[in-house]
Design a protein. Structure first.
Length: 222
């Protein structure tokens, strides 16, 4: 059942549509009307059963440790936060090894956060990305996890124009300093005043990833 849920998440979050090839058939006007009515009812039931994204305070129910200069995280309505939270929690519980989980149970040393921030602020490679590093906590597998949050001060596309595969570069730097802890990478759009998460992972396991194309996401499964 859990594998099925993960497979469902993969299709849902990747924005993929699954089509079956069926022979064309003749549909009478009455049949067409009935089918349209049934489709509307199914769509309405689906909408009513899934809470809207704007009913959630943020994406992962995370809490910032210290002062927060950014708005709460959000995602496009095409990615239901309620379904995402359930799927991510199940994936984390099943796929992440216990020793990797335990690395996130203690708070990150503030000096480690400061050192990483200094790297991003002073290194000429990262300077253009206007990066801010802080720490958040969130519940995964009924445990409190302490995670480094890296905010890039511009939309994904702008950052990619400056540095190709910037997200991989930034994550590699963060993980090299924070060992194998989880890291959340997000992008801030100042004009829209929105904060969008793009990656939640450590060096071996990707729990959440929002791909370049909006609405095209993946949650890795074994």
């Amino acid at each position: 059942m859990k594998k099925l849920l993960l497979l469902t998440l993969l299709f849902t979050l990747s924005g993929c549509s699954y089509f079956t090839s069926e022979p064309e058939s003749v549909t009478t006007p009455n049949q067409a009307t009935q089918t349209e009515s049934q489709n509307e009812e199914v769509a309405q039931e689906s909408t009513e059963s899934t809470p809207a994204n704007d009913t959630f305070d943020n994406v992962f129910d995370e809490t910032i440790i210290g002062e927060d200069r950014y708005p709460a995280t959000t995602l496009p309505d095409s990615i239901p936060i309620s379904d995402l939270r359930v799927a991510i929690n199940e994936f984390y519980t099943e796929a992440m090894p216990e020793d990797e989980k335990e690395m996130n149970y203690d708070k990150i040393d503030p000096e480690a956060i400061e050192t990483l921030q200094k790297t991003f602020s002073e290194n000429e490679v990262y300077k253009p990305l206007d990066i801010t590093v802080d720490q958040i906590s969130l519940e995964l597998g009924s445990k409190t996890n302490y995670i480094a949050r890296i905010v890039i001060g511009m939309p994904y596309e702008e950052a990619e124009d400056l540095i190709e595969e910037h997200d991989i570069l930034v994550l590699n730097e963060a993980l090299s300093q924070l060992e194998n802890r989880l890291v959340l990478l997000a992008h801030y759009d100042e004009e829209a005043d929105t904060l969008t998460p793009y990656h939640l992972n450590n060096s071996t396991t990707s729990i959440f990833s929002l791909a370049e194309s909006e609405g095209e996401t993946a949650s890795d499964s074994e």
